[in-house]
Design a protein. Structure first.
Length: 92
């Protein structure tokens, strides 16, 4: 999936959707508060299993393979989007 096919906004929207679906415990108010500044670990106390599930879904959807070290450095949605876009640019 080349970046020309998908916008940064589209990547962020998919990350937000994957996050909300992946954790499954957010109420409606919390769901509406999720945005690109959201820290998926700290803001909602997401555990490692949920984070791993979300990462696997994102890697599968975007057909990327970022290493665990890279994933360990990102927790805000915009940072995750930047990581995904970086890998999309590397593998057009």
């Amino acid at each position: 999936m080349a970046t020309q096919e998908i916008s940064r906004e589209g990547v962020i929207k998919h990350i937000i959707s994957a996050f909300i679906d992946g954790v499954g415990f957010l109420n409606d108010e919390e769901k509406h508060s999720v945005n690109e500044q959201t820290d998926i670990i700290k803001d909602f106390n997401v555990d490692g299993d949920d984070a791993s599930f979300i990462i696997m879904e994102l890697e599968k959807h975007f057909k990327i393979d970022a290493c665990q070290e890279e994933w360990g450095k990102v927790s805000r949605i915009y940072e995750i989007a930047d990581l995904i876009i970086k890998h999309l640019d590397e593998n057009p």
